[in-house]
Ligand binder design. Structure first.
Ligand code: X8Z
Ligand code: ZN
Length: 606
């Protein structure tokens, strides 16, 4: 995730000024709290938290980069202690509900109240259990592997690498099913965790964890899902056109018995373990007319890039915008490759251990164009973290969580042919006759992702609100996969399957709507920065590489952290306070026209 520390930070906190009591027994004689008391409370709380979160972050890093019995115990302990303290502080903050305080004080009190992701109940036995489940689920995912009948075992990284290029439907199905064995035993733990965290949420005054998660967006928890529906309706027609074309081409490739043309697409054929982004099957769905699209994987390999060189290249993009170089300790302490002989959490993340300059990434980098993008994504987190480090602790975060996820992706949208030529990865810039191919490549990654980015939390919100029972978890998952993405399980799922658990963010409890938002926001950011950089060409050919003006404008937004509602941050950069997918439509307009032509005689939909 990212901002791994955000989760902890959420957990920050401390002994309070006023003693950690819930339901404070305020006697009639006690003076009513004042605005000054509220400020003092926040100062004290943030100081205490600041001190405590550093060792907690080190414990978490140790666990994620070396999963074993001892690191698990220490990280679970810190999680429990910190989240319990935050929960206590959040309860205490309620004392100031009716006090007339200034805007910043109110915002910080609210951030404290909404900060936790999985709030612990006040019963210490239950709090300990919640932390233990979190740690166990994380280990099950991180150490998970699939062992074939011949006794050889495959990690998720290995299977993902193969699924990107393998076109043998049987092998794809084997890996798809194999990885979903890992999540089956998570099911009872997950259900138990939901009810524990809901107890914690109720103590904080929320109906349930779903309401807590939906309430972090500077609007009501009821209004937020409507905002998402609005954005999705802007993208949906384009997604359906892409889906229609991809299903038809997959049908040609694998046969219509494997890919029926009136049903959702079987989820194992899209070049990705979760069918969440489809860029790896470009070769199957590309336009018939010969088109040159830069092959970044091939170029990186031809030029002998290793993992570090890939990260250095990404860093140099940020440097070209005027951002300070990463510190020496970044290179010493980051994990760039999977170490031999121990389990690690390979899922990419970016860390700020001390809010000073101990920035790191943790990845098991593969030498592909896809991973080159992920590196930019992670560095985007690090530069954001660095930009807001001087804000008060409670403001050290992104405007909303979608902003954190969008920054590195925004930069990666500038990895255009023009840029690739400039850094010597390709020799010639393909002319405009190749645009449909290049737009297709980007759409397979970005547009295909959007409904997935939306459905994960549509599932979780229902699960976390208790609207569905554990027996219904898996069926609901596939209902939503079908509804939003138009994909289906390639084989019937057994009653003990828990397929959501096969996606990192579910066992790790990382909210997922952030990625949906990021996929909308990054196009808005890209357009605004291209305008500032004075690039007048089409958006898909714009690269802001080397534009210090663009870097400055970006940094102004990043520095704000969470000090203001996200609408203000958005307006600072783009001139508008609204999230809006019309930039996506503009970016891909030629591809949409092309898809509509291709689909003219096809029966679309599922
Ligand atoms: O989890 C991530 C990042 C870390 S925050 C690598 N992403 C989502 C995913 O992999 O599912 C980036 C895009 C979506
Ligand atoms: Zn991220």
């Amino acid at each position: 995730m990212i901002t791994h520390k955000r989760t902890l930070l959420a957990a920050l906190v401390s002994i309070s000024l006023f003693g950690c009591g819930e339901k404070a027994t305020q006697t009639n004689a006690a003076p009513a709290p004042t605005a000054a008391d509220a400020k003092a409370f926040l100062t004290q709380a943030q100081n205490d938290i600041e001190k405590m979160q550093v060792p907690a972050a080190h414990a978490e890093w140790s666990y994620a980069t070396n999963i074993n019995f001892d690191t698990a115990a220490v990280s679970a302990y810190f999680n429990e202690v910190l989240s319990t303290k935050v929960a206590n502080l959040a309860k205490e903050a309620a004392k100031f509900n009716d006090v007339d305080v200034d805007v910043d004080t109110r915002r910080q009190l609210n951030l404290l109240k909404n900060g936790l992701t999985m709030p612990p109940p006040s019963d210490p036995v239950k709090a300990e259990r919640l932390a233990k489940i979190g740690s166990d689920l994380s280990a099950m995912y991180g150490a998970g592997e699939y062992c074939r009948e011949d006794g050889t075992c495959k990690s998720l990284v290995e299977m993902s690498g193969e699924m990107a290029t393998v076109r043998d439907a049987d092998l794809l199905l084997e890996y798809w099913k194999g990885w979903r064995e890992v999540s089956k035993p998570m099911a009872p733990l997950y259900a138990e965790q939901v009810s524990l965290a809901n107890e914690g949420a109720a103590e904080l005054g929320f109906a349930n964890v779903s309401e807590l998660w939906r309430g972090k967006y500077d609007m009501t928890a009821e209004a937020f899902p409507k905002e998402l529906d609005r954005l999705w309706s802007q993208v949906e027609p384009f997604y359906e056109a892409l889906h229609c074309h991809v299903r038809a081409e997959l049908g040609e490739h694998y046969g219509e018995d494997v890919v029926p043309q009136d049903k959702p697409i079987p989820a194992h054929l899209l070049g990705n373990m979760w069918a969440q982004s489809w860029g790896n099957i470009y070769d199957i769905v590309k336009p018939q007319q010969e088109m040159t699209v830069p092959d970044v994987t091939a170029a990186l390999n031809a030029q002998g890039y290793d993992e570090i060189a890939m990260v250095k290249q990404a860093e140099s993009f940020f440097s070209s915008l005027g951002f300070e170089e990463l510190p020496e300790t970044f290179w010493e302490r980051s994990m760039f490759q999977k170490p031999e002989g121990r389990d690690v959490q390979c899922h990419a993340s970016a860390w700020d251990l001390d809010d000073k300059d101990d920035l790191r990434i943790k990845m098991c980098i593969q030498k592909t164009g896809e991973e080159f993008n992920v590196i930019h994504h992670e560095l985007g987190h690090n530069y954001y973290q660095r930009a807001y480090k001087n804000q008060p602790l409670l403001y050290r975060g992104s405007a909303n969580d979608g902003f954190h996820e969008a920054i590195g992706d925004t930069i990666a949208l500038s990895i255009t042919p023009k840029y690739l030529k400039e850094i010597g990865l390709i020799d010639t810039i393909p002319d405009a006759s190749n645009d449909i191919g290049m737009l297709m490549q980007v759409a397979l990654d970005k547009i295909a992702f959007i409904p997935f980015g939306l459905m994960v939390d549509q599932w979780r919100w229902k699960v976390l609100s208790g609207e569905v029972t554990p027996e219904q978890y898996n069926d609901l998952w596939w209902e939503l996969r079908e509804k939003y993405q138009g994909v289906m399980p390639p084989v019937e799922r057994s009653a003990d399957a828990f397929d959501p658990g096969a996606k990192y963010h579910v066992p790790a409890n990382v909210p997922y709507t952030r990625y949906f938002l990021a996929h909308i926001l990054q196009f808005q950011f890209h357009k605004a920065l291209c305008d500032i950089a004075g690039d007048e060409g089409p958006l898909n050919r714009c690269s802001i590489y080397g534009s210090e003006e663009a870097g400055k404008a970006l940094n102004e937004m990043l520095e704000m952290g969470m000090s203001q509602p996200w609408q203000n941050a958005l307006e600072t950069l783009t001139g508008s306070p609204e999230m809006d997918a019309s930039t996506i439509a503009a970016y891909f307009a030629p591809l949409k026209a092309w898809l509509d032509e291709q689909n003219a005689t096809r029966q679309c939909g599922w």
